[in-house]
Design a protein around this ligand. Structure first.
Ligand code: ADP
Ligand code: MG
Length: 293
């Protein structure tokens, strides 16, 4: 394409709510055959809410929410925000933790009112040689089959509760997946979340290929593996967790509603965070290059 055609393409991009880093970006859209979609905040709204609290026999809900909420209040993860907001609402003021650490992709751990508290995936509990009692494990599995995230809560060496957190699929995501497929792209859902949750979301939006339970630092390796299989990969993401994968992808598309780290790592920004625009961006770029198939 001529430089003028590229300029027109990028100008039209701005109108559609697409910011393009430079004209050379358009070239990478030509061969893209796979589009990897981050789940939380990209396919889903990422605005989660606390739906239910399941406690082991001896625990009362308020204590669970006080201790779990206190730790999650110190984290910026969307799951953590939902737990902290739900805890504030149901249990009132939250204590300030004496100690706190974020465990990326797994949860949070720390000390609250003298108790050593863990909140997060079962894998985090397993690292401390703890597991959910049968009744709580059943509640967690039931939640996950319905596409909700199960958050385990443990303190002083025992698993005490499971919190159910729900995210909503964006109203535009299924249409976005249809548009991406219409361009000949194979969509892949990539997430750190549980497999059952990921499968439920994928089914809702029409994605067949799911890569779940991926630790934040391993997302980039997934993109590299797909490239190693000979695929040319576009990646769409919003999180700090997605930045390395966005940079590794042949084409990185960042949600404008996401983190600065993702926006800096991407080649393209979807200003309004509308996933349908990812397909528009690829179609526009190909048309600009005169290569629309
Ligand atoms: P995603 O890839 O879905 O954006 P992450 O890789 O950040 O998510 O986290 C993976 C999973 O780990 C989450 O779906 C959640 O189950 C769990 N998790 C991470 N951080 C927290 C936290 N602060 N509290 C509870 N659970 C968490
Ligand atoms: Mg995300």
């Amino acid at each position: 394409a001529t430089p003028t055609a590229l300029m027109v393409g990028t100008g039209r991009g701005a109108q559609l709510g697409i910011l393009i880093k430079g004209p050379e970006v358009l070239e990478s859209t030509r061969r893209v055959d796979t589009v990897v979609l981050d789940k939380t905040g990209t396919v889903t709204t990422g605005r989660m809410t606390l739906l239910a609290v399941h406690t082991a026999d001896a625990e009362d809900e308020k204590t669970v929410l006080r201790l779990a909420g206190a730790l999650e209040h110190a984290s910026e993860h969307p799951v953590a925000r939902a737990v902290a907001a739900g805890a504030l609402e149901r249990a009132g003021a939250l204590p300030v933790p004496e100690d706190f650490a974020n465990v990326p992709g797994l949860g949070v751990q720390g000390v609250v009112e003298g108790h050593a508290v863990l909140v997060g995936r079962r894998r985090l509990l397993a690292e401390w040689a703890m597991e959910l009692p049968a009744a709580l494990a059943a509640a967690a599995e039931e939640a996950e089959r319905s596409g909700r995230t199960a958050v385990a809560v443990a303190w002083d060496g025992r698993a005490r509760a499971v919190l159910e957190v729900a995210d909503a699929v964006k109203g535009t995501s299924a249409e976005a997946v249809r548009r991406l497929r219409a361009l000949g792209l194979t969509p892949v859902l990539l997430t750190g979340d549980n497999r059952a949750v990921a499968e439920a979301v994928a089914a809702e939006v029409g994605i067949d290929e799911v890569i779940a339970e991926v630790l934040p630092e391993d997302k980039v390796a997934v993109v590299r593996r797909l490239q190693g299989e000979g695929r040319t990969v576009a990646m769409v993401g919003d999180g700090v967790n997605d930045a390395a994968a966005l940079a590794q992808a042949d084409l990185g598309l960042a949600m404008g509603t996401g983190t600065d780290a993702a926006i800096e790592a991407g080649d393209l920004t979807l200003v309004r965070g509308d996933l349908r625009v990812a397909a528009d961006a690829i179609r526009l770029a190909r048309r600009t290059l005169g290569t629309i198939r």
